[in-house]
Design a protein around this ligand. Structure first.
Ligand code: ZN
Length: 138
């Protein structure tokens, strides 16, 4: 069995940002040489997500608006977690959007459904953070 591990680093310019990482995962898959197997990609921080959805800017704006209604950043004093930090909302947003994705690898390619892309979801950005990519198979 082959195995390949990579960490991808990000530093977003904004507090909230969705970054399309599909090509980076395709490059990692190429480097792995795996033709049949699985790719796991997970955020390594508890205020960020990795998720699969459409690369459509209106939808991403809708996501952010909905998340802000569910867990508004302000007032930061509304959260018990915010003692010496202000990112309780980011922990909750990450919980909703999830920690990781697993993608099947078939004939050397990521086996996506129509319009599926992989995104890094940042909810407490403007600092260096990373995701783990683990590929196993043959
Ligand atoms: Zn925190």
């Amino acid at each position: 069995m082959k195995s390949h591990t990579e960490e991808l680093w990000f530093q977003t310019r904004k507090r909230y940002e969705f970054v399309d990482i599909t090509e980076k995962l395709e490059n990692a898959l190429k480097a792995s040489g795996v033709r049949e197997g699985l790719l796991l990609c997970n955020a390594m921080h508890i205020t960020a997500s990795v998720f699969i959805n459409d690369a459509e800017s209106g939808l991403h704006a809708d996501f952010l608006e909905w998340l802000e209604e569910m867990a508004p950043h302000e007032p930061v004093s509304a959260y018990r977690h915010n003692v010496g930090e202000d990112n309780a909302d980011a922990h909750i947003k990450r919980q909703i959007f999830g920690r990781e994705v697993v993608i099947a690898i078939t004939e050397g390619k990521l086996h996506f459904g129509p319009w599926e892309r992989v995104f890094y979801g940042e909810f407490d950005g403007m600092r260096r953070k990373r995701v783990l990519v683990k590929i196993i198979g043959e």
